[in-house]
Design a protein around this ligand. Structure first.
Ligand code: ADP
Ligand code: MG
Length: 540
């Protein structure tokens, strides 16, 4: 008796659940501990009969459990498995279940065993896995959007949210706009996603806006009734209730807000907030690192380009100088020879050919010299529109008849510190290219304007110093360029024109001049759609 009492106490007090089940699956004994783990009393389990456990086993684990029971009762193979069961409150828990012995009693086989609640351990394992997967995927993501997409998706799948979205600051940083959404394919949430994309949130407004300004996570047990939730109506229509917002921070700035939803009310879960926040922190760090790398690569590229230009420029300048002297001699003697009366017609023809070729060579040499020249020779405060007026009359003389020239000059002041000859050179080079691109005629438009380069501009273009600039645009309706050509056009000696027609120095010169003026050049072109060059020169 003493012994029996001792065992009863033991069974009732160990933290594991001790059970006896018969071959049909009915529970004949279960220790009272079960109530702590599953919220069902032993009595409820006894009366429920043979389907009690199977009905509460996770669909994904049913097969595993059935097979294990069969080998236990048919072949007396002990089982030792982990699976999920549903508690009375509807939550899933993980248990580690072991059968210890089987025995026959009155023709029925019974098995004794014990199970343990391992939800905490499983959760920790899953979280570690989640963090590992996410770290790996973020590292492999090709850009910020791809990384956001991975995080939203993975967090939803791993932590039980059925809908997730990423909100990012608009280009001027005035409000948040929806960058992407994701939802379980089995859930009908297209409408919510579509309507959400029409929303924008200024700082402090709505869950995304509040998370954006506070830089802190936010949880709503039921967004449809908790108030302060601009999307409450559409959430209600789509049957969404609980919501969680988490900031993604890089360099102390919120670069995105992640929002998650689920259909039921869900109590605030600090642990989950902590987990998703640490994922968001990783994402922030990764994006920050990526941005720094991109910036470094861009700077390196710029430095490389200007070094290349400089050394080629020096070389070209030197060669051109030397050539120019030789050509002066050739052209000088050629002209003298041409004046010689004793020449017969055939010889005179030859001399003319020599002179013409020498002049072409002199043109190319002039390009080379212009390209090789480094400092603005004579920078002065000039009104760009005046230069453009002059260039216009110069251009209308050289322009072919089948090309129409249109100039749209701003009436705002465009005073810049510049070398007017060099600016004219830029215009001539760009206009010559435009004409070459319109062999069958077209429209050449030159315009000026005053613009501000602000943060938004710098962010979208990836270059620029803030401030006011004079803008010169030169557009043609010509052949345009593909992306591959566009990449190379500023390289010295890059040309798509036949030998003798192009030197590939026009745009390299333009680039060099614009850089010397602390300006920027930007190009927009597509095959068959014409080309626009934009030059920004800092206003004085
Ligand atoms: P070049 O005119 O001697 O070829 P450039 O440096 O002036 O050298 O131009 C380089 C190349 O850029 C050209 O060969 C051409 O392929 C392309 N290009 C420049 N401007 C235009 C334009 N307006 N339209 C189409 N392609 C252009
Ligand atoms: Mg050219």
């Amino acid at each position: 008796m003493q012994n029996e009492e001792k065992y009863r106490l033991l069974v009732e007090n160990i933290p594991d659940v001790v059970w006896t089940v018969d071959q049909n699956g009915s529970t004949t004994f279960i220790s009272p501990r079960v109530e702590n783990v599953c919220e069902y009393t032993p009595e409820e389990i006894y009366v429920a009969g043979d389907r009690f456990w199977l009905d509460r086993t996770h669909p994904g684990d049913v097969e595993k459990v059935k097979t294990a029971c069969e080998s236990l009762f048919k072949s007396n193979k002990m089982f030792d498995i982990e699976y999920r069961i549903k508690r009375k409150d509807g939550n899933w828990i993980w248990i580690h279940d072991r059968a210890l012995t089987t025995y026959k009693n009155g023709g029925v086989i019974y098995a004794d065993g014990v199970f343990t609640d391992i939800t905490e351990r499983k959760r920790a394992e899953e979280e570690i896995n989640l963090l590992l997967t996410i770290t790996k995927s973020i590292a492999e993501a090709k850009d910020c959007n791809a990384a956001l997409d991975i995080v939203v998706r993975t967090v939803c799948k791993a932590t039980g949210w059925i809908y997730g979205e990423a909100w990012c600051p608009s280009s001027e940083g005035k409000y948040l706009e929806c960058r992407l959404t994701w939802h379980c394919s089995s859930e009908n949430l297209e409408e919510f996603s579509k309507k959400s994309k029409e929303f924008t949130f200024p700082p402090g407004i709505g869950m995304p806006g509040r998370v954006w300004s506070s830089k802190k996570p936010e949880w709503k047990k039921d967004a449809t009734i908790d108030g302060d939730f601009p999307r409450a109506d559409i959430a209600k229509e789509s049957g969404l209730k609980a919501a969680m917002g988490i900031p993604v921070i890089a360099k102390d700035k919120v670069i995105a807000v992640l929002n998650f939803f689920v259909r039921r009310q869900r109590n605030e879960d600090e642990h989950l907030i902590g987990l998703v926040s640490s994922v968001a922190t990783q994402l922030g760090v990764a994006i920050e690192r990526r941005q720094a790398e991109d910036e470094k690569a861009k700077l390196k590229e710029q430095l490389y380009h200007s070094q290349k230009l400089e050394s080629i420029g020096r070389l070209a300048g030197g060669v051109a100088h030397y050539f120019n002297n030789l050509l002066t001699v050739i052209i000088g003697y050629g002209s003298l020879l041409q004046m010689e009366t004793k020449l017969d017609d055939v010889s005179r023809g030859f001399v003319q050919k020599i002179l013409k070729t020498a002049e072409t060579a002199a043109d190319i040499t002039r390009d080379l010299l212009a390209f090789g020249r480094k400092q603005p020779s004579n920078p002065q405060l000039i009104e760009l529109n005046d230069i453009l007026e002059k260039a216009k009359s110069l251009l209308s003389e050289i322009i072919r008849e089948d090309i129409k020239l249109k100039a749209v000059l701003t009436d705002k002041d465009c005073i810049v510190m510049a070398d007017s000859d060099q600016i004219k050179q830029v215009l001539m080079n760009l206009a010559t290219n435009a004409m070459d691109a319109m062999p069958n005629g077209g429209l050449l438009t030159i315009s000026t304007d005053v613009v501000e380069l602000d943060d938004a501009f710098i962010k979208t273009h990836g270059y620029g110093e803030k401030g006011m600039y004079a803008l010169i645009s030169i557009s043609d309706t010509g052949a345009g360029m593909d992306a591959k050509t566009k990449e190379k056009i500023f390289d010295p000696f890059f040309t798509t024109k036949e030998v003798g027609k192009g030197t590939g120095l026009g745009l390299a010169t333009v680039y060099g001049i614009v850089k010397q003026h602390n300006g920027y050049i930007d190009i927009e072109s597509e095959p068959g759609k014409g080309t626009t060059f934009r030059i920004f020169l800092p206003l004085n």
